[in-house]
Design a protein around this ligand. Sequence first.
Ligand SMILES: Cc1cc2nc3c(=O)[nH]c(=O)nc-3n(C[C@H](O)[C@H](O)[C@H](O)COP(=O)(O)OP(=O)(O)OC[C@H]3O[C@@H](n4cnc5c(N)ncnc54)[C@H](O)[C@@H]3O)c2cc1C
Ligand SMILES: NC(=O)c1ccc[n+]([C@@H]2O[C@H](COP(=O)([O-])OP(=O)(O)OC[C@H]3O[C@@H](n4cnc5c(N)ncnc54)[C@H](O)[C@@H]3O)[C@@H](O)[C@H]2O)c1
Length: 448
Amino acid sequence: MNVSQNHHYDAVVLGGGTAGEPVASGLARAGRDVALVECRLVGGESPYFACVPSKSLLSSARRGETWEMAVARRDELTRRRSDDPAVARMAEAGVTVLRGRGRVLEPGRVEVDGVVHGYRDLVVCTGGEPVIPPVDGLADVPLWTSAEALSVPDLPRRLVILGGGPVGCEMAQVYAAFGSQVTVIEASGRLLTAEAPFAGEVLADTLRRMGVDLRLGAALSGVEHKDTGLRLWLSDGGTLDADRILVAAGRRPRVTGLGLEKLGVAVRPGHGLPVDETCRVPSEAGGVWAAGDVTGVARTTHAARYQARVALSNLLGHRREADYRGIPRVVHTTPTVYSVGVSPTRAAELGIDLLTAGYDLAATTRAAVEADERGRVELYADRDRGVLIGAAAAGVGAAEWMGEIALAIRAETPLGVLADVVHPFPTYGESVEAPLRELAGHVRGGSE
Ligand SMILES: Cc1cc2nc3c(=O)[nH]c(=O)nc-3n(C[C@H](O)[C@H](O)[C@H](O)COP(=O)(O)OP(=O)(O)OC[C@H]3O[C@@H](n4cnc5c(N)ncnc54)[C@H](O)[C@@H]3O)c2cc1C
Ligand SMILES: NC(=O)c1ccc[n+]([C@@H]2O[C@H](COP(=O)([O-])OP(=O)(O)OC[C@H]3O[C@@H](n4cnc5c(N)ncnc54)[C@H](O)[C@@H]3O)[C@@H](O)[C@H]2O)c1
C-alpha cells in the first residue's frame, strides 16, 4: 500500500456521529488540534437514517398525513441526507474533517485512505451496525435494514419485519399506519423483551388493532425468492409471503477492522469496547477513549451525547465519572414505551429483592378526558436500600411525564419525599402518585 505521512494531531476522533462530533468540536474549541475521521456522513446515523426520520414518520402517521407528504417531510428534516451543514459546523469549530475509513496502524498513527496521521489521543466513536441473522436464503434476497426503511420512498404492500425490539416496533407502526400489510416475527414470546412484560403487551395490543400480524415465539428459518415475491418459513411451521423483509434483529458495536488490537485493546466482535467510568478504554498504548454505541453501554442518542461530555471533560483534564442509572430508554410509538433504570428481569439477574407497584392509566381523569385509556406505569424499588431503581411506563407522552422518575433514580430521592410530590390535575403524571405512596409504605423509613 502506498501511504504518505501527514499531520500530527493532539487528538483523532474516529467516527463523526452523535458522540464523535461534540468530542471533536469541544476539543477544538479548547484549543486542541483535532481531526475527525468520517467514512460516510458527518452527523452519523441519528439525523439521517435513525432517530430523526423515524420520529418524523411516526409524527406524520399520528397526524394522518399521506405517505407522499410524510416522505417529503422526512426528507426535508434529514436535509436529503446531506451533511454540508454538519461539516460547516466542524469547520467553524476548527476541526479538520478527514473523509474516509480510519484504522490504527500502530500506537500514535492512524491511516485514512492511504494517508497516515499522527495522534496523541484516540477517541473511538464508530457507532454500531445491524446484525443480519444467519437464516437460510436471507443473504440471497434483497433486504432492508432500518437505514433503507427510513430513507427510500417505497411503501411495500406486504412487509415482514424480523425482530420486535425498539426498531421493529417503531417501523411496524409507521408502515402499518401508511397502509402496508405488516407482519412482525419475534423469536421471543413478546415484544420489547428487554423491558417490563406489560410494556410489550400494551404495544402488541395497539399494533394488532392497527392490523399488524404478530408472530411471537417464532423465528425465521428460511427465505426464498419466488416469481410472486418472497416466501418465508417460520420455526413454528408457518409460512408467509412478502414483498420486502426489514431486518431489525439487533445491532452490534462497530469494533472490528479498526486496528485497535495494535493498541492492546481487548476487542471482542459483537461486544462493546470496554470503557471505565471516565470513558477511557484500557489499552497498552494509553490515550484511548470511546463514546456512543461502540461502547455497548446504553445505545441511544442521549446516552452517546452524555458519554461524549464525560469523555471530553476527562480529555481536557477535568475528571468526570459517568453514571448510567437514570438514562431513559424510549420507544417512540403511540403509546410511547418509556423505561429507566433496572427492569424486573435485570433485577432478578442481579438478585435484587424488588418491590413493584403499578397503576393503570385508565384510572386517571386525564385518560377519560382524552378518551385514551391505554397504558400503565410500574415503579421498582430496592427493598433493602429503600430507593427507586427502575420504572417503566406505556402511555401517550410518557417520555415527557416520566422525567421526574429518572431524576429520582439518579438522585436516590427518598421515597417519602417522592410520595409527597403533587402533580397537576388532570394529567397522566398523576399516575405515579399511588404507586409511590404504596412503595413508601413498604420500605423502612419510606413514609417519613
Ligand atoms: C432506526 C433507529 C431509530 C433510533 N431512534 C432513536 C431515538 O429515537 N432516540 C435515541 O436516543 N436513539 C435512537 N436510536 C439510536 C441512535 O441512533 C444511536 O444510539 C446513536 O446514533 C449512536 O451514536 P454514535 O455516535 O455512537 O454512532 P453513529 O451516529 O452511528 O456514528 C458513528 C459514525 O462513525 C462512522 N464510522 C464508523 N467506522 C468508521 C471508521 N473506521 N472510520 C471513519 N468513520 C467511521 C460512521 O460512518 C458513523 O457516521 C435509533 C437507532 C435506530 C437504528
Ligand atoms: N427510541 C430509541 O431510543 C431507539 C429506537 C430504535 C432503536 N434504538 C436502539 O437500537 C438498538 C437496536 O434495536 P433493535 O430493535 O434492532 O434490536 P433489539 O436487540 O432490541 O431487538 C431485536 C429483536 O429481534 C429478535 N430477533 C433476533 N433474531 C431473530 C430471528 N432470527 N427471528 C426472530 N426474531 C429475532 C430478538 O429476539 C429481539 O427481540 C436498541 O438497543 C436501541 O438502543 C433506540
